[in-house]
Each structure stands twice: as C-alpha cells, then as structure tokens.
Design a binder for this molecule. Structure first.
Ligand code: GDD
Length: 327
C-alpha cells in the first residue's frame, strides 16, 4: 500500500486530495496544526480512513517527526496562509508559513530520507499568483514571475526552493502551478464562495447585499476536484518537473456575479451588489489565463467541469446548506 502525507489536509484541496488518495488505496496521513484544531473533525467525518498527525510548517522538528513516523512515498505540501488579502496584513507570518514552510518540509524529507536513493516524491502547491502583473498571456511554465502580494512572493520562494532541492539533491520534487480552483468547500473569504454563499442567503431572505472589492478582476477559474487529480498525476511521473494547471478560460468577477445570480433566478445582479474600498488590495493581480498544454500532453490531464457548471454547483450547494441551517 503506498503511503502519502498531506499538509493542509483541512483545506479545500487537502480534503479532495485525501478522498482521491484513499479511493486509490493509499494509506493516507494528514498533518493538522494547532491544539485541538476544530477543522480536524471535518476531515475525520469525510475521510475516516485518514490518520491525522500533529505538525506545523513553522516547526522543523515536528516535520522531521512526521516524515519519520509516516515513512511516506509521496508528500503533498498544501499547507499555507492562502488568502492573498490577509498576506498584506500579516506579511511576516505568510513568508514564514507559505514560503519558509516549503524549505522546512523539503529539509525534513532530505534529512530523514538521505540524499542517496531518497524515494520520497514531493509535491509543492505553487500558484498562478506568482505570475502577478503578467509578462505574457497566456502564462505557461516558462513565463517569468512578478508577484503582487506577500503571498505571491512567498510562493515564488517556495517554488524556486523546490526546483533547487530537485537540482541540488536529486529529490523527486515537483511544483504544480495551479490557477484558481474553487468548489463548495472553498473558504467564505474567497470571491467565488463569498458570491455563491451571498446569493444563497439573499435568495432565502437572510441577507440583502454582497459587498465586494474590484469587480473588474479576472481569473482562470477551475474546479478543485479536477485539480487534485493533476497533483496526483504529477507525482506518478518518473521525473519531477513543473506543470501549469488551468482551464485556459478567463472570466471577470462581473461574469461570476451574472452567472451566480442567474442560477438563483435573482436578476439583475446589480441590485444586490456593492463595491467597497475595504476589499481592494494594495496591489492587484488584474487578469490571469493559464496555458496547461504541458499537463495535457505529458499527464493526459484536462479539466472536466466548466465555469458555468462550477458556479451553479456552488450556488446550489450553498442554497441547500443555508436552507438546512435556517430550518
Ligand atoms: N476575496 C475577495 N473578496 N476577492 C475579491 C473581492 C472580495 O470581496 N472582490 C473582488 N475580489 C477580487 C480580488 O481582488 C481578486 O482579484 C479576485 O477577486 C480573486 O480573489 P480571491 O478569490 O481572493 O483569490 P486570489 O486570486 O486572490 O487567490 C486565490 O488564487 C490563487 C491562485 O491564483 C487563492 O486561492 C490563492 O491561495 C491561490 O494561490
């Protein structure tokens, strides 16, 4: 039975990946941080087969202990401060967890596994946020980076550290440059879920408006369930490498609003949406569009869920969930 360790198992991607690995026969371990972390229960309920272990990306000795205990074949490093807006308010913490955390995890693998015949395969959750103020469109593995947030800068550090450990120590270290990916499990702080949840609450008479920031921002949005499949495929390759994972389609926050309100038969959306400076960022990533040709040709990966399907899925899930809570 192959063994896998996931950091950030209580996040959206960790939960989808845990389900995928368990269904593929992996003995799956998830790292949980903090004392009596309430999110651990969500993972226990969804995937009881997963064994949760304590550990923290800020604490190297806890990572060494985790790798020693699990003896993993594959490590998926999904743990991070992942909310870009928060990274402006807590830049040092973001650099420490999202950036240095990658280095600590790689060190733990290097120290425990040794440099000779180290069989551990490592996946780093890199991000399209690294492209930031984009140098070319669409963005692929060769596009240079220009991060626009402390989060983006920390991800660039993590990305190059992964490449460096591959080149320096021959580790099977792979970096997946994933564009935005969403689902009903997305945190409420991210724009897609803030919108789908707001639409559901407006429909049910629980809320009057949604207050957002920049409505002109545009993203390449895919479904998280499709994207964790790509993570797994990357680690099944003989050679470690970097891969862009994206749909190749870009939509604005306005288009998101149009589709989400239409899915709940609330129109026009302009009647229900405000924009407020509070939600603007000191520097913005205006538009992202990914070119996942390499993933398609080498991994045979392509996204299955379209943007309209994704928005509908999220609105319907929030409508059901909010109605259940209101009962
Ligand atoms: N969150 C949020 N809230 N975003 C808003 C709002 C709002 O009220 N109004 C407008 N936006 C705009 C943001 O300014 C941004 O341009 C866009 O909507 C998307 O914001 P998020 O959903 O917060 O995602 P993100 O693109 O900043 O970051 C996500 O994707 C990255 C990959 O590109 C996160 O998942 C990152 O962790 C990930 O790396």
């Amino acid at each position: 039975m192959p063994r896998a360790l996931i950091t950030g198992i209580d996040g959206q991607d960790g939960r989808y990946l845990a389900e995928l690995l368990v269904s593929r026969g992996y003995e799956t371990f998830g790292m949980i941080r903090g004392q009596n972390n309430p999110r651990a229960q969500i993972v226990r309920d969804e995937t009881p087969a997963v064994e949760l272990i304590e550990g923290d990306l800020q604490d190297l000795s806890s990572l060494i202990a985790a790798v020693e205990y699990v003896q993993p074949d594959e490590v998926y490093n999904l743990g991070a401060i992942s909310f870009v807006a928060l990274s402006f308010r807590q830049p040092e913490l973001t650099a420490d967890i999202t950036g240095l955390g990658v280095l600590r995890m790689l060190e733990a693998i290097r120290v425990v596994g040794g440099t000779q015949d180290n069989r551990v395969r490592f996946y780093q959750a890199s991000s399209s946020e690294m492209f930031g103020k984009v140098r070319q469109t669409p963005q692929n593995e060769e596009t240079s980076f220009h991060p626009r947030s402390p989060y983006g800068a920390a991800k660039v550090f993590g990305h190059y550290t992964t490449v460096n450990y591959r080149e320096s120590y021959g580790l099977h270290a792979t970096s997946g440059i994933l564009f935005n990916h969403e689902s009903p499990r997305r945190g409420l702080e991210f724009v897609t879920r803030k919108v789908s949840n707001g639409v559901a609450r407006i429909k049910l008479g629980l809320q009057e408006k949604i207050t957002l920031g920049n409505l002109e921002a545009a993203r390449d949005w895919g479904f998280a369930g499709d994207y964790v499949e790509a993570m797994w495929l990357m680690l099944q390759q003989d050679e470690p490498d970097d891969y862009v994972i994206a749909t190749g389609e870009t939509h604005s926050v306005r288009e998101l609003l149009e589709l989400a309100f239409a899915a709940a038969e609330l129109e026009p959306w302009e009647n229900y949406v405000d924009s407020d400076e509070r939600f603007m960022r000191p520097a913005e990533v205006d538009i992202l569009t990914g070119d996942a040709t390499k993933a398609r040709t080498r991994l045979g990966w392509k996204p299955k869920v379209s943007f309209p399907e994704l928005v509908r899925m999220m609105v319907e899930s929030d409508l059901a969930e909010e109605a259940r809570k209101a009962r």
